[in-house]
Design a binder for this molecule. Sequence first.
Ligand code: 2AM
Ligand code: CA
Length: 285
Amino acid sequence: MSDESNNTPAIGGKNFTVVAINCAAKAGEWIKTKLGNHTSLSLKYSPTDLVTEVDKGSEMMIRNLVQTHFPHHSFLGEEGVEPGPEASAKALNNVRDAEYLWVVDPIDGTTNFVHGFPFFSVSIALAHKGEVIVGVVYDPMRDELFVAEKGKGAYVHGKPMQVGTESQLGESLLATGFPADQQYALPLNMKGLQALAPQVRNIRSGGSAALHMAYVACGRLSGFWEIGLNSWDLAAGSLLVSESGGQVTDMLGSPYELGVRNVVATNGAIHGQLVDELKKVEAAG
Ligand code: 2AM
Ligand code: CA
């Protein structure tokens, strides 16, 4: 890790990945204690876009910890940004050229958290000049920590991860989501669902994009696609998938970068087939 002056940790001398893991583990443990106990629930962009005091508390916990160690780094967290796609894109544009940028979703899968459906995660990425170099996704319900470092591989429970080997859509287990944006993103995703469901082994929709990406990385899913996501849903997971031997692009097949909102992430072997099918039915945005 680089040791330039504005990157020297204020205290402790911990490296980036250790800090990311520490943040995710602390926030995740706290979130778990709040399951079934949240006291405030508000609607953000639409009646399906939820936020609780636990999302905000988790983000504050992570932000404070990051700033303690790296006071000069930039920080982009979901709860610091106004709801809606335009505000998200603008917030990212304001910071994307920062030398070091932490991209954080304090709870990915808030709807699940609110309903007590045990599939949500904390997603923390660190980007260096726009390129993700550390990605951590933590599932507190299963105590599963997925970690990747650029060029050094990806790990779950300390063991190296590898994507699955399925080479045909017919043997693939895919995941997608049902986006909150019902005008634009949801209808496009439904087109893809309609076209792909008869062609694949099956499709799941767990409700946490970051965990779906982690599941592609460790081979539990063959692929994942979704329209209308934000940088904090995808940044950490994108590195998990690429460092596990998979592929992450936008829906047209261009390589992942922080601004990608319409994503396809796969084991690599089915990537072309999945992108082609989505393009064919004009489900690619
Ligand atoms: P969240 O829980 O952090 O909001 C489910 O389809 C995925 O979409 C989840 O990762 C969820 O993340 C995300 N999501 C929910 N509402 C969204 C919105 N309004 N815009 C973009 N992504 C959203
Ligand atoms: Ca969130």
